[in-house]
Design a protein. Structure first.
Length: 348
């Protein structure tokens, strides 16, 4: 293993996790905006309740890794920084509204591009650019001034707060929370009659567990060279663009592998279902709206330290304080954006 750079091993781990998540999106219809649209405007909660399965598996699996010593949550940036509620709310709202305008989150755009949608390529590129404009470019100083990030000396999440307050082990807290999500998901009869969605929900949750386990192992082996992280698709898209442009200077990492894996998984799933087809934007106004939405997602995702997958699933798997607040803000911003778009489409 010493003869192969750790960045390549990390990229391979990301490729596997992204591939599985991309397949879950195409074969199990795992999607953030699609779940909200189906539940609110289509009267079908199966895709929304599928999130309960994903979160239950991701939470239990992650804390099993914590209990066994294979995952160190303090090495993830979800717990390395003191939680800033203002960043979670504002970043989540901006990201969610942008998601509605763009028609997909970053993860969903990668999935759709893997299925031949060229409009999503524009969304991916613009979101990646604006994520780095906000992370380390012209907007970085403003972001730091408005949304302070202070290093933490203790975990920033529910499980350890409960342990400190009443002595309950983090694993028991995780099981209780996960059981609640699973019960909420399976209480919906149409989902119980859709075993394919349940299976792919389990698989998507395991992809999150895999990402933490694999990067934690590599972090230990590399003496900290590899960051412990879960799957996320805002700044990682920007890192992937940088790698494509400057690969001779290095930069191959977990994020790059994960982004490529999602597109590969989505391509494979699209071909399997016979859904692959080239699509392009015929309305310049629609493209302009998607570009604007992608820019907002890049900005909001960096402020919130993650996207609908990064905070909504990966951070949630660690029971970080930021996860439920950010996910709720993303949902609120998306629903507000969808309402506006539907109102614009209504005839006078």
């Amino acid at each position: 293993m010493d003869s192969i750079p750790y960045g390549i091993w990390a990229a391979l781990a990301g490729l596997i996790g992204g591939l599985v998540l991309g397949l879950s999106a195409r074969l199990g219809d795992f999607c953030t905006l699609g779940a909200l649209e189906s539940a609110v405007y289509g009267g079908d909660q199966r895709r929304l309740r599928m999130w309960g399965i994903v979160l239950a598996v991701a939470i239990v699996g992650t804390f099993m890794g914590v209990q066994s010593g294979h995952i160190n949550l303090m090495e993830t940036f979800y717990h390395q920084f003191v939680w800033n509620p203002w960043a979670s709310v504002m970043g989540g709202l901006i990201f969610g509204y942008g998601m509605a305008l763009a028609g997909n989150c970053g993860f969903g755009a990668l999935v759709r591009f893997g299925g031949g949608d060229l409009r999503s390529l524009v969304v991916v590129v613009v979101m990646g650019l604006f994520s780095f404009i906000t992370l380390s470019g012209p907007l970085a100083r403003l972001r730091v001034a408005l949304f302070d990030q202070t290093l933490s000396t203790e975990p920033q999440g529910l499980a350890y707060a409960v342990e400190e307050a009443v002595g309950l082990s983090p694993m028991i807290t995780a099981v209780i929370v996960a059981t609640g999500f699973a019960a909420w998901a399976l209480a919906y009869a149409p989902l119980r009659r859709a075993p394919v969605k349940i299976i792919w929900g389990v698989v998507a949750g395991l992809a999150i567990v895999w990402s933490f386990w694999a990067t934690n192992w590599l972090n230990t082996e590399s003496l900290g060279e590899v960051q412990v992280e879960g799957l996320s698709f805002t700044a990682p898209v920007g890192r992937s663009l940088l790698y494509l442009m400057t690969s001779t200077a290095g930069g191959l990492n977990f994020s790059v592998g994960a982004v490529g894996g999602v597109m590969a998984g989505a391509l494979a799933g699209s071909l399997w279902r016979g859904m692959f087809r080239w699509e392009a934007c015929e309305d310049p106004r629609e493209l302009g709206r998607q570009v604007g939405g992608a820019a907002l997602m890049g900005i909001g995702g960096v402020i919130a330290l993650g996207c609908s997958v990064g905070q909504g699933v990966s951070a949630f798997a660690t029971l970080a304080w930021s996860a439920p607040v950010t996910l709720a803000a993303i949902a609120a911003g998306a629903l507000y954006g969808l309402r506006g778009l539907i109102g614009m489409a209504q005839p006078d």
